[in-house]
Design a protein around this ligand. Structure first.
Ligand SMILES: C=C(O[C@H]1C=CC=C(C(=O)O)[C@@H]1O)C(=O)O
Ligand SMILES: [Mg+2]
Length: 472
């Protein structure tokens, strides 16, 4: 029985433990509170002191919403083809054990019990040592979470309570942890001094990749398939340990039109700045993005506009893009009603590249975000068309294990809202090493050397963030 004075520690802790004593069950209490605004990256950096190896970062292109999670209170793992449904079922069960204690009464999106994480690209590809710790599906319920929404900060504490917990000790431990996580708000991040890492770069078998592209183009010309996306790897060795907070800081500065994410799992961190939304669900609205077809940015405004026009009217790139639109539209029509697809793509401009872009919207009460992720992944922007033939070719031809590159990474809340991106423009950092990934949509008109150049521009966001340079 609790005997101490309940006024000296927060009532929600006292109530939670009491509840556990009365029912004989352990619970997770999810406590939500508005706090003084804090930079999400400070929270992420401070998290390393207590929870290095268990940190998660997400922010959307406008920077309007950022979610940072530190400390894993629960990890949902799933394998092989049932992974999306397994996560869905386990999340429903886990939610049964969570009691919400929310100042805002659940009105703020992205707060309270929420999973962050992702999936591997292809559960049937044998895992390389680089990806050993990253399962086919892994979604994390953080112990502490900061949600930054349009300038306001919200703190979520997910606390496991059992009947024999001491409320006073629990409260003291929490207070200490929060002091660390929220400390030194004004102090600048080390990386703001902008010393990028000194690196050595190695392209992994570029000739063999070019050869694979030629082979794939030939197979496409023979009619065996219409499109396949082939990826390759670039390895970096830095003189110092590469810190995730440094890379996140620079990605946030340099890639404002992208989603920025990091999934730290033990000593490894999968990190990137992807412009490609897979699907977002808010209420009953589902939004998805077709992004494929690429050209570089111009050095002057005139040249940039000209390159954009060239891309919009280029037969090869339009075809590469249209295959993605067709597939995503039919997946959306199967899972949603009132699907709206624009008839023409527009340009999506990033720091180093411009893409063809078609957003698609639909509505459904019954199709969950994970149902849609399952239907969509992999789209022909990362797999190919037809899907199975393309996946077989990727398995056979690619010398790398993509791991989570090109796969769904995102978040999901208790009400079914959430967002997943296609994790491109990304890489794995590990001590002083990094492996970066980039791929290209190969169609019948592909020229291997041009596709090679295209991967070079796609490496740039991560390369620049780490401090590596390639000769242009
Ligand atoms: C596979 C990647 O990009 C995809 C997304 C946009 C444009 C693409 C392209 O034009 O080939 C790719 O399909 C990557 O960045 O690694
Ligand atoms: Mg392309």
């Amino acid at each position: 029985m609790i005997t101490t004075n309940k006024n000296i520690y927060p009532k929600w802790i006292y109530d939670g433990i009491k509840n556990s004593q009365q029912t004989g069950r352990a619970f997770i209490i999810s406590y939500v509170k508005k706090i003084e605004p804090i930079d999400p990256l400070h929270f992420f950096r401070n998290g390393a002191e207590l929870f290095f190896g268990q940190r998660l970062f997400w922010s959307d292109p406008s920077g309007e919403m950022s979610i940072v999670g530190v400390g894993n209170i629960y990890v949902i793992e799933a394998e092989k083809e049932m992974r999306f449904q397994t996560v869905k079922e386990k999340w429903t069960k886990l939610l049964d054990q969570i009691i919400l204690n929310d100042e805002s009464e659940g009105s703020v999106i992205g707060t309270g019990p929420l999973l962050l994480g992702g999936f591997s690209f292809d559960p049937y590809k044998p895992k390389s040592s680089l990806w050993q710790e990253f399962k086919d599906g892994m979604m994390f319920l953080p112990a502490f979470m900061l949600t930054h929404l349009r300038g306001d900060s919200w703190l979520t504490i997910n606390l496991q309570v059992a009947e024999d917990d001491d409320p006073e000790q629990t409260a003291m431990k929490l207070e200490n942890e929060l002091n660390t996580l929220l400390k030194e708000k004004e102090e600048s991040l080390d990386c703001e001094k902008d010393q990028s890492y000194k690196t050595m770069i190695q392209e992994v078998e570029p000739e063999s990749w070019i050869h694979s592209v030629r082979k794939a183009t030939h197979q496409i010309q023979q009619g065996r398939l219409e499109k396949v996306v082939l990826a390759r790897e670039l390895q970096l060795q830095a003189t110092d340990t590469i810190l995730a907070e440094d890379i996140l800081y620079r990605l946030r500065e340099q890639q404002p039109a992208s989603y920025i994410f990091a999934i730290e799992n033990g000593e490894k961190c999968f990190i990137g700045a992807s412009p490609e939304r897979l699907v977002k669900k808010e209420g009953n609205q589902l939004l998805t993005t077709c992004l494929a077809g690429t050209i570089r940015r111009g050095k002057t405004i005139e040249q940039d506009v000209e390159l954009g026009q060239q891309l919009l009217h280029d037969r090869k790139n339009r075809y590469e893009h249209d295959l993605v639109v067709q597939m995503i539209r039919s997946a959306m029509e199967e899972g949603c009603s009132k699907v709206v697809t624009p008839s023409e793509p527009i340009l999506y401009k990033l720091k180093d590249v411009q893409h063809l872009y078609t957003p698609i919207v639909g509505y459904s009460d019954s199709t969950s975000i994970l149902d849609m992720v399952e239907r969509l992944h992999p789209t022909p922007a990362l797999g190919g068309y037809p899907r199975e033939q393309a996946m077989e070719l990727i398995r056979k031809e690619e010398i790398l294990d993509r791991g989570w590159y090109g796969a769904p990474v995102g978040w999901l809340d208790r009400q079914g809202n959430g967002e997943f991106v296609v994790a491109i423009r990304s890489g794995m950092i590990y001590h002083h090493l990094a492996s970066l990934f980039a791929g290209c949509g190969i169609v019948e008109d592909s020229i291997a050397e041009s596709e090679y150049e295209e991967t070079m521009i796609k490496f740039k966001p991560m390369l620049t963030a780490i401090g590596g340079k390639i000769n242009e």
